[in-house]
Ligand binder design. Structure first.
Ligand SMILES: [Zn+2]
Length: 54
C-alpha cells in the first residue's frame, strides 16, 4: 500500500496523522493542516490519518 502525502499551500508536507488537525463539530470530521488550518481534501486526509512514522 502506497503512502499518501499532501503538500499544503503553506508548504507543509502532510504525511502522518500528527500533521493533521481534526476539526469536529459536524457529522463528518474535517481534517486541516496543523500548520495553517487549511482544509485537507477528505480522501487524502482519510489515508494520511492512518499513517504513522515508524
Ligand atoms: Zn498548511
Amino acid at each position: 500500500m502506497s503512502r499518501a502525502t499532501h503538500t499544503c499551500p503553506c508548504g507543509a508536507e502532510l504525511r502522518f496523522k500528527q500533521d493533521l488537525e481534526k476539526e469536529s463539530g459536524g457529522t463528518v470530521a474535517r481534517w486541516n493542516c496543523k500548520q495553517c488550518g487549511t482544509r485537507v481534501p477528505p480522501i487524502v486526509a482519510e489515508k494520511i490519518k492512518h499513517q504513522h512514522p515508524s
